[in-house]
Ligand binder design. Structure first.
Ligand SMILES: NC(=O)c1ccc[n+]([C@@H]2O[C@H](COP(=O)([O-])OP(=O)(O)OC[C@H]3O[C@@H](n4cnc5c(N)ncnc54)[C@H](O)[C@@H]3O)[C@@H](O)[C@H]2O)c1
Length: 248
């Protein structure tokens, strides 16, 4: 699964799944624009990419802001030469029950997860269309497929990303652009830290996972490299679960 001469953008790559994916893409030969709100973390990821001999760029754009996202995508083209692979990974969680949810928490989560993907993908698709080749890979969640309790903003946004993925795949397929989504199960990152500390909740969720455990970040990564590669050239419009056999 070689990605030589490809330029990738990974959003939210300062830590967690995004960081691991950015480094894996670089190991496969891609140059990588590392995006994160936290520039210090983005620079740390970039340093690891450069130590592998790849080029890169760290950009602290807020992907929920249309102009910032567009400028970031264009910076990848102008600085690294093209935009071949876009990994829409950045995310935020503001849990609350529907009856208690603050409007701001609804707006933040929907804007980052759903509008953010529109912002980055529109700018990237314009460039990919002119190149005749591209890969857009969105990160969704079992919450958006099965529903969940206490994260209705997050589940709704992720379900929206499923619709976005399937629609963009239909629109862009004839331009050589494949659009897919990866659906990780519960993965040991900062986002799930509170859950990991709650033994009763851990037991409940693990009882719904056929492998009986949460994922290590490294277990989520390989499918991104595969989907970005030429080996996945006939796969588009799919939501691929990497969830240990989660039963919703
Ligand atoms: N961890 C899990 O169990 C799990 C499960 C399913 C899906 N996901 C999804 O995987 C993705 C990565 O999650 P993670 O667990 O690695 O989370 P994380 O909190 O470790 O990392 C998320 C990163 O996104 C960045 N970010 C947040 N808002 C941003 C914005 N507006 N612009 C740019 N960057 C922004 C953060 O600064 C952070 O570095 C998210 O989309 C998340 O919803 C995670």
């Amino acid at each position: 699964m070689k990605l030589e001469n490809k330029v990738a953008i990974v959003t939210g790559a300062g830590k967690g799944i995004g960081k691991a994916v950015a480094i894996a893409l670089a190991k496969a030969g891609a140059d990588v624009l590392v995006n994160d709100l936290n520039l210090e973390n983005a620079n740390k990821t970039l340093a690891e990419i450069e130590s592998l001999g790849q080029k890169g760029l760290a950009v602290s754009a807020d992907i929920s802001q249309h102009d910032q996202a567009k400028a970031m995508v264009e910076a990848a083209r102008d600085t690294l030469g093209s935009v071949d692979i876009l990994i829409n990974n950045a995310g935020v969680s503001k849990p609350s029950m529907l009856v208690n949810m603050k409007e701001d928490d609804w707006d933040l989560v929907v804007n980052v997860h759903l509008k953010g993907i529109f912002n980055t993908s529109q700018a990237a698709a314009r460039i990919m269309k002119s190149q005749g080749w591209g890969r857009i890979i969105n990160v969704v969640s079992t919450a958006g497929i099965f529903g969940t309790i206490g994260q209705i903003n997050y589940a709704s946004a992720k379900a929206g990303v499923v619709g976005f993925t399937k629609s963009a795949a239909r629109e862009l397929g004839r331009n050589g652009i494949n659009v897919n989504a990866v659906c990780p199960g519960i993965t040991k990152t900062d986002m799930t830290q509170k859950l990991q500390e709650d033994q009763a909740l851990c037991d409940l969720y693990k009882s719904r996972i056929q492998l009986g455990r949460f994922a290590e970040i490294e277990e989520i990564v390989p499918i991104f490299v595969f989907l970005a590669s030429d080996n996945a050239g006939y796969i588009t419009g799919q939501v691929l679960g990497v969830d240990g056999g989660y039963i919703g």
